[in-house]
Design a protein around this ligand. Sequence first.
Ligand SMILES: [Zn+2]
Length: 132
Amino acid sequence: MGVVENIKEVADLVKKFNDIDLNRRILNLENEVLDLSRDKRRLEEKVEELERSLKFQKTLYFCEPFYRAKAEATPYCPSCWESKTLAVHVLFGRDEAGGSSAWKCPSCKHEYYPPRSRKSLIASASLVQEGE
Ligand SMILES: [Zn+2]
């Protein structure tokens, strides 16, 4: 029998004495036990969540420019992972301008270009700066 059931039994026994002050104290005690039980459950859930997160973190490794998980083909956004510890898969498609193909994060909207596209983007950016 758990502590909640025990305190309810004691509360039922105490009612037989018709002692208002004792009844009030037992009721307060019952409420405190219920609060503690809820806090305990919340903390257990938090521990489970942290254990899951820790287990997941151990599967991640950095492979420039992304984080990857063992046995998963789709990489994770490094910006979301490093700033908010959020594991967000990036999606492959056309960039915002509809030009180059890029990996895009659906959360922070950051775009990551494949190595070949990066070289041409850097070269075109250099030409723009020289022309200014
Ligand atoms: Zn992101």
